[in-house]
Design a protein around this ligand. Structure first.
Ligand SMILES: [Ca+2]
Length: 332
């Protein structure tokens, strides 16, 4: 629970019962893209044009050939995994008191971090106002008891911790991407571009990603068709590699350990070793890099639905805006 409560601070940077606002019609997305895309790999500039200190300095790295899922893993796909294996996610388990010294074991209950919103925090200084640790929230019950994923089978699975995502990937004979692989896939050859599709912003007339429109956390207008919620995967245009939702929708786990600044180098970089992982806001907890931003990213606050953006994710903590996709490396 300590980590989950502390995760609220990290979640703040990632991202209100906000007043109801007119919601644009959802973009047409009749057919769900499926399968994977084989990428040749190669050299590219990672962290190009950094807007925040942790995103740079830019550096040229190379990745080998790999395939990557066209979309984020969906609730339907994760349900198939659970049916086949009986897997129980971290959020569904009672946290082990050994890993939470100093916490009353009676407080350690299955739970996850849910965005609940707040309209009354103009300073945006207290993320606990719009995030809650909700007992009983998990991938099947995204907002807690009483909620369900019925009718949301095509949405990305959320409330999955790092080991949950990795277990799914292993079941499919695959892996989670390294940060370099993920960013190479997201940039799709557009060197230095701000977004996976280029430099022009997404607009309500031609939305390119599911993010937050309006002042955060007071009002998401939903001008992209999805107000304060994930979209079904593949509803927004693919990038040049045929990959959907590499910006926005939900954050995605990567294998790399997080440090505040790029240190990846050379060929097939995998980030620093675990003992060098560092989130300055919570130095005692090694965290993984998460990429891509989410439906909560607003231009006036988070603005991290960009390939170069990165955040630390506590491995034991899922959230209502965090999912993943998988890769398979050539020869593996
Ligand atoms: Ca949206």
């Amino acid at each position: 629970m300590i980590r989950r409560l502390a995760a609220l601070a990290a979640a703040a940077a990632l991202a209100a019962c906000a007043p109801r606002a007119a919601e644009a019609p959802a973009p047409a997305c009749a057919a769900q893209p499926v399968g994977e895309v084989a990428l040749p790999g190669g050299r590219f500039v990672m962290g190009a044009d950094p807007l925040r200190p942790e995103e740079g300095p830019p550096r040229e790295v190379s990745v080998g050939a790999f395939s990557i899922d066209r979309t984020e893993v969906t609730n339907a796909q994760f349900a198939e995994f659970v049916r086949a294996t009986g897997y129980v996610t971290l959020a569904e388990r009672r946290p082990d008191p050994r890993f939470y010294p100093g916490v009353d074991p009676r407080r350690l209950k299955p739970s996850s971090v849910v965005f609940v919103g707040d309209v009354a925090d103009p300073s945006r200084s207290d993320p606990s106002r719009w995030w809650r640790v909700v007992e009983g929230a998990d991938w099947r019950r995204p907002t807690g008891p009483g909620s369900s994923i019925a009718g949301r089978e095509r949405e990305p699975v959320v409330h999955v911790g790092y080991e949950d995502a990795l277990a799914y990937a292993r079941w499919r004979g695959r892996d989670l991407p390294t940060e370099a692989e993920w960013e190479y896939a997201a940039r799709a050859g557009l060197a230095g571009a701000r977004y996976p599709w280029g430099d022009e912003p997404s607009t309500p007339a031609a939305p390119r990603a599911n993010h937050w429109q309006g002042p955060f956390p007071a009002l998401d207008s939903g001008a992209d068709g999805y107000r304060m919620k994930p979209a079904p995967v593949g509803c927004f245009p693919a990038n040049g590699h045929g990959l959907h939702d590499m910006a926005g929708n939900v954050w995605e786990w990567t294998r790399d350990w997080y440090r505040p600044g790029l240190e990846t180098e050379g060929e097939n970089p995998g980030g620093p070793p675990q003992d060098r992982a560092l989130d300055p806001a919570e130095p005692a907890v090694p965290k993984h890099v998460i990429k891509g931003g989410s439906y909560l990213c607003a231009d006036d606050y988070c603005f991290r639905y960009r390939p170069g953006a990165r955040q630390p994710g506590p491995p034991d903590t899922g959230a209502s805006h965090l999912g993943f996709r998988t890769v398979r490396r050539a020869g593996s």
